[in-house]
Design a protein around this ligand. Structure first.
Ligand code: BES
Ligand code: MN
Ligand code: ZN
Length: 498
């Protein structure tokens, strides 16, 4: 979707099939609020709930006035300071859904006069809501058996209070880019394992590098062997698809400035390996590259926005299958930094591909590392689908991620990384095991990763519960890939760029 910005002062020139107007709960009782001048009067209500409660809607035809055919009044809950960016993201997204239902391909959303989050944040959020809500994954549909293709809302307008239209325009630009990045991650996530192979992720990274001007390096199995990446190579041993380690570099800061590093798990299909997963729901494990997809997409946005920092994006990518050469429970592998790991459960493969990637990144002397991975089912048990788990060695980075999460609506919530958890990884045979038993599964996975980040400030996001899902109660998401935490990563990098 393309989003442009308009001023309230220019409403007379607006030609839109649907104008979406926010309604604050409790403000005007059961009466429709007046339409902004010079939009005409309301006729023919199509639906009728004007409580202002979140998502409640009145759609009506407009009887007179220039260019606006219909108005949708959409409840945004209590207004004023309580009206935040996430409310406006959802408000704008509801406008897209209303347009889809009426087979309209464009929609305009009116920002409130004085949103609690400020006009720029509101304009950005509205643009994000529009772009995110318009996304669908149709690449693999031929249309066979469909009466008609679903409506794609192709253009959006964010209407800003007249006094702040310049700030709104810049913010709409940023919001459009980060939301387009997230949609890009969703496309990658949605592609099945037979399409989105490790080489497919590498090819995607190459086109991203080309498009926004990033440096790229892709390591294959030969260079992994030279690097001594025994853990990453062990995971890939059961598969016919070659692994890839994708390294993208954005040069937005001074020469020699230590980069910020983003690392994402790019496991393109996780069957569990010899410790095979149950059949039910296994198809969802095509989403096990969600962290990698978010990192590639975030790097696209970082390049596109010209962020003034050096930024690294690193994605280890492999399948986890059960071929005749597959790593077996009890096997001991040697990681790039020389530590030995007893592979108790081949399904705990994410930490094995990440540990060699993290160690490789540490060699590039970053200022800080944030990794994201669909790493443990325990993260879903712990936080459900409402927040990613965040853990790390640096309270500052963890705090920055939480704040960025609150601003973007891609929330994360902290778990402790006490030294004692490390003991659950003790092995009789090797330096440590790749699993720590049932208790605190998300934490012991992070404790494993911690062994590979040295002294670099580091935080880890476990996105197993948030990266994709069956829930579509958030109006800017659909069932399937959610693109989380693309916007969170971009926000964190931008927050560090000052
Ligand atoms: N990719 C899975 C984690 C996962 C589970 C993501 C459910 C999304 C939804 C990961 O590789 C895995 O299998 N983890 C195991 C670790 C265990 C063997 C210690 C798990 O969580 O069961
Ligand atoms: Mn697994
Ligand atoms: Zn996995």
């Amino acid at each position: 979707m393309h989003v442009r910005t308009a001023s309230r002062a220019d409403l007379a020139d607006l030609d839109t099939p649907l104008l979406v107007v926010p309604v604050v709960a409790g403000a005007d009782g059961p009466e429709l609020p007046p339409l902004p001048d010079p939009v005409g009067g309301v006729a023919d209500r199509e639906s009728d709930d004007l409580s202002g409660a979140v998502g409640r809607t009145v759609v009506a035809r407009v009887s007179a006035g220039p260019g606006t055919a219909r108005v949708a009044f959409v409840g945004v809950g209590p207004g004023g300071d309580a009206l935040g960016a996430e409310d406006l993201r959802r408000f704008a997204a509801r406008g897209v859904r209303l347009a889809e239902e009426r087979r309209l391909t464009s929609v305009a959303v009116l920002l409130p006069d004085d949103p609690g989050c400020g006009v720029a944040a509101a304009a950005r959020a509205a643009a994000e809501g529009l772009v995110l809500a318009s996304w669908r994954f149709r690449e693999l549909k031929t249309g066979a058996g469909e009466d008609e293709a679903p409506t794609v809302v192709e253009s959006g307008v964010v209407i800003s209070p007249a006094a702040s239209v310049d700030a709104a325009r810049d913010a709409v630009q940023v919001g459009s880019v980060v939301a387009a990045a997230e949609n890009r991650a969703r496309n990658l996530q949605s592609r099945p394992g037979n399409v989105a192979t490790p080489e497919h992720l590498a090819a995607e990274a190459r086109s991203i590098a080309e498009e926004v001007g990033l440096e790229i390096d892709v390591l294959g199995p030969e260079r992994m062997r030279e690097e001594g990446m025994g853990a990453l190579l062990a995971v890939t041993a059961g598969s016919d698809q070659e692994p890839r380690l994708i390294v993208l570099r954005h040069h937005g800061g001074a020469d020699g400035e230590a980069p910020l590093a983003l690392v994402g798990k790019g496991l393109t299909f996780d069957a569990g390996g010899i410790s095979i997963k149950p059949a039910k729901g296994m198809e969802e494990m095509k989403f096990d590259m969600s962290g990698g997809a978010a990192v590639l997409a975030a790097m696209w946005a970082v390049g596109k926005l010209g962020v003034k920092r050096n930024v690294l994006g690193v994605v280890p990518s492999s399948e986890n299958l059960l071929g005749a050469s597959a790593v077996k429970p009890g096997d001991v592998v040697t990681t790039r930094n020389g530590k030995t790991v007893e592979v108790i459960n081949t399904d705990a493969e994410g930490r094995l591909i990440l540990c060699d990637a993290l160690d490789y990144v540490v060699g590039m002397e970053p200022e800080a590392i944030v990794d994201c991975a669909t790493l443990t089912g325990a993260a879903v048990i712990c936080l459900g689908h409402q927040a990613s788990a965040v853990l790390g060695t640096d309270d500052g980075v963890v705090a920055e991620l939480r704040e960025a999460g609150d601003r973007t609506g891609e929330r994360c919530w902290p778990l402790p990384l006490y030294a004692e958890y490390r003991k659950q990884l003790s092995s009789e045979t090797a330096d440590f095991k790749n699993v720590g038993g049932r208790p605190a599964g998300t934490i012991t996975a992070a404790a494993f990763l911690r062994e590979f980040v040295g002294d670099v400030p580091w935080a880890h996001l476990d996105i197993a519960g948030t990266a994709y899902g069956e829930i579509d109660d958030v109006p800017y998401r659909r069932k399937g890939g959610h693109g989380v935490p693309t916007r969170l990563l971009v926000e964190w990098v931008r927050s560090r760029a000052g």
